[in-house]
Design a protein. Structure first.
Length: 365
């Protein structure tokens, strides 16, 4: 028996006890209903509220953003190098087609001249062989002269055979040249399509990198650029002291590159005057002093002679990543100038802070 039931039985013995018990029981029932309702309401509130809202996905941290941006810029650089190589191959292909067309024209003239010569020999042979040899001998006013002419006819046959062989050989050469020209044109059409595809991929990566930068605050962008090895203009200017140990034209090439740092942009495939990619800046700098370089960092890696890191002089070309897809120019004091990327444009950077150094080449000196 519960405590409430025992209490109720005792109360009933009091005057008006039955009435008191009825009121107590009514109060207990009301309390039960109220408590049940509160529980139900709280349950309803939970149902209406649904599951607890998940915290909003946080923006990537600055470190994450830098890691992603570095990866994107690496992909941009590699795609850009592939683009430059295909562009260079197309330029070489156009030159090859022009040379082949000139060779074809010369060969065609040779073939035409041999054809004309062979036709003349054949006509002479026909005119002299049109009458039976016995009749020619009998009717000839001078048999001895005729026999001498017959000896000449034998030489005509020999000349004819030699002409025909030469004609056939020259015609075969002409056919080979024409086939090579057609093959080169087909290859160039394929390379043009590849160039367009690389251009699309490159633009997509540039857009991806810009979208990532746009999500950062101005303060985050400043922090992102801090510690990337870039130096001030004063530090860069101090590095250009000429100690007389380097080549004068190499130093002039350095000064040209440095003159483009302010006011120029990073532009894929460009070689000046106000837009450059990495190999385009090197090409333009050395072109200013009369030296020709290919527009490709990998191709430039084959120019000049290798030099060790502790032998670097202003004007030496520095190469980065494997496979190579970035190049800069040493300016002295452990610094180099380069067309860095779409985000940073042209920049002067500490060599020991830039990743994946592969080696250096000296173009002059």
């Amino acid at each position: 028996m519960t405590s409430f039931r025992i209490f109720s039985e005792l109360v009933r013995w009091l005057p008006h006890g039955d009435l008191l018990v009825d009121r107590l029981e009514a109060m207990v029932r009301l309390r039960t209903v109220v408590r049940g309702g509160l529980v139900a309401l709280s349950g309803l509130a939970v149902v209406l509220a649904g599951p607890a809202a998940l915290p909003a996905k946080a923006d990537p941290t600055l470190d994450d953003a830098k890691t992603k941006l570095d990866a994107i810029e690496q992909q941009q650089s590699e795609l850009g190098e592939q683009w430059s190589e295909v562009k260079l191959q197309l330029q070489q292909g156009k030159q090859k087609v022009a040379t082949l067309n000139a060779d074809i024209a010369n060969q065609q003239r040779k073939v035409d001249a041999l054809r004309t010569q062979a036709q003349q020999v054949a006509l002479t042979r026909f005119q002299n062989r049109g009458v039976d040899i016995t009749i020619q001998l009998v009717t000839a006013p001078d048999p001895d002269s005729f026999l001498s002419d017959m000896s000449t006819m034998g030489k005509v046959d020999q000349n004819m055979n030699s002409l025909l062989q030469d004609y056939q050989a020259q015609q075969a050469n002409l056919t080979d040249l024409q086939r090579s020209a057609r093959d080169q044109v087909t290859t160039m059409a394929t390379e043009e399509k590849r160039l367009d595809a690389l251009n699309d991929q490159l633009n997509a990566k540039i857009k991806e990198g810009q979208q990532l930068i746009d999500r950062l605050t101005e303060q985050e962008r400043q922090r992102l650029n801090a510690g990337d090895g870039s130096v001030s203009r004063d530090d860069a200017r101090d590095a250009l002291i000429d100690d007389g140990s380097g080549d004068s034209r190499a130093l002039a090439a350095v000064k040209y590159a440095m003159s483009k740092v302010n006011g120029s942009q990073y532009v894929w495939g460009a070689e000046g005057p106000t837009g450059f990619d990495c190999s385009g800046l090197m090409l333009a700098a050395y072109r200013s002093v009369g030296v020709s370089l290919p527009h490709s960092s990998r191709a430039q890696f084959g120019v000049g002679r290798p030099v060790s890191k502790d032998e670097l002089k202003p004007g030496d070309l520095l190469f980065f990543y494997s496979p190579i897809h970035h190049v800069g120019m040493y300016i002295g004091n452990g610094l180099f100038v380069h067309a860095r990327n779409v985000r940073d444009d042209l920049d002067v950077t500490r060599l020991d802070s830039y990743p994946a150094y592969q080696g250096a080449r000296r173009v002059l000196g």
